[in-house]
Design a protein. Sequence first.
Length: 541
Amino acid sequence: MPVIVDGMPMDDARHMIYHEIQQCERHILSLRNQLNAYTPIATLPPEILLQIFTTLTEAGGQVDSMECIHVTHVCQGWRSISLDAPALWNKLSSNNLHWTMAMLERSKTAPLTVFMNPMSYGVAIPILTHLSRIRSLTINNWSAGELQKLHDFIEDNLITAPQLEGLSLTGRVKSSWSLPSTTFQQTDRLYDLFIHNVHTNWSHSSLFRNLTRLRAVTNVPGDQPTWRELITTLNQMPTLQYLLLDAMLPIVPFDATVDVVFAYMPNLEVVIFRDLPSMDAVVTFLNQVKLTPDLKIFNIVDLNGHPNGQEFRELYRAVNRSIPGLCSRARYMDILHHEGVGHPSRDKYLIDCFMTLPEGLYEEQAYAYYETNPPDIGLELPYSPEADMTLVVVNALDILNLSHITHLRIQDHIGHSELLALLQGLPELRVIRVYRRATVHFVRALSTTQPGGDREGTLTLPNLAEIHICGDPGRGVRRKDGLPTHGTWKDLKIFLKQRQLWRAEIHQLQIQNCRNISKKMVDGLRKCVGDLRWDGIRTEQ
């Protein structure tokens, strides 16, 4: 403790006390450093610590080495380890020039992962100086002028990209930019390419040569290649495994007298078409491009126009001809009728099929998404109100050979005639899950297909073991039109009793979020099945 002498000037006394405080703080800091040396994590080998630090740069799918800055402020040991690890500083997404330069220096010669958004233009030149060691480059939402300046810098400085494996370029909608074939040179290692609103010369671009994954998207009219350009380029991509074309199929109809071209894609596993000009464009692709029988995923999303029955049949035949095994292997189906409220022209059917049970298929509002969770077979089929959708469904089951489906999920607005076609066309069904207003039509269809009497006719759906009926806790209360009534439950009970007489009892009946059912009815249904599971939600009656 400082000794304060009587009569000592106030400033001197304060200075002495302040000096003693500093001494104490330094001593406490020294003790804290010693304490850190005896924590469990301090005993970890440096390589294990580095592995832990590396996860900071990948947390939540983010690409950002800035997260490692916090590590350098913990203690001298951590700072020394992290600053001497180039792999911690090779993920660049900062718009700050100072930090970008620091990370470029700290990463030394490590391969770089770079993400640049519209605010990153100020750091683009320093980063692209290191293009030769960039492994993954994402440029998102840049204008045509900015992209052109990027090209000019690369070309003027003769910079190549020998380590580039992933490239993602997104231009702005109103300023489509044409990617020169000379922008990225020596890209033999490039295997993943994503281009969005970037016009590409399909015939001359070396970027396509060794790809295993290609995603091409446009919102700009006229950016599509010709059929000759597209098919010729695909034929030169023997290693391609994943193909997504979003508004990229040619709009001009195929002319067999001019475009006598074919392609063979021996390794293609995934084909996803989105925002298609017509159903004929898909048929043309399937006719001109030979796909492998081992194709795993085929999706059609956002098909424009309103095809007639003949066009549907031509599509089904083309699909079955190109990938016959894919359809016959499907065991799980999800069908939804999406109504364009107030716009009948926007009505469409969604038919998704899977070979194995997808995660979340039996969850409320669980829809497959074509990029992150695509079905094995996904068909989004628009139609006009005048179209015979029952026939469209029947043709799909028949021509695509979907009769081996064992699990069916029926969502909103599927009508009685379509349900009748499904129940008659899927004889191997074991589990049916039906939602909301489709329940009424479903029970009617069950009653129609079930023969009466204990000896009359042949039992339909002989393998049916489970029925899941799911209401809607939100909309079901406000919109009662089309919801199951007492008569609906009574008809279901009759059906279940009839199955018992045929010694084909339904093993399990699930009732969820169905408010308009009485406890008495539930008790009656319980006697007709092996196991009834009811969540107890109901409106008091």
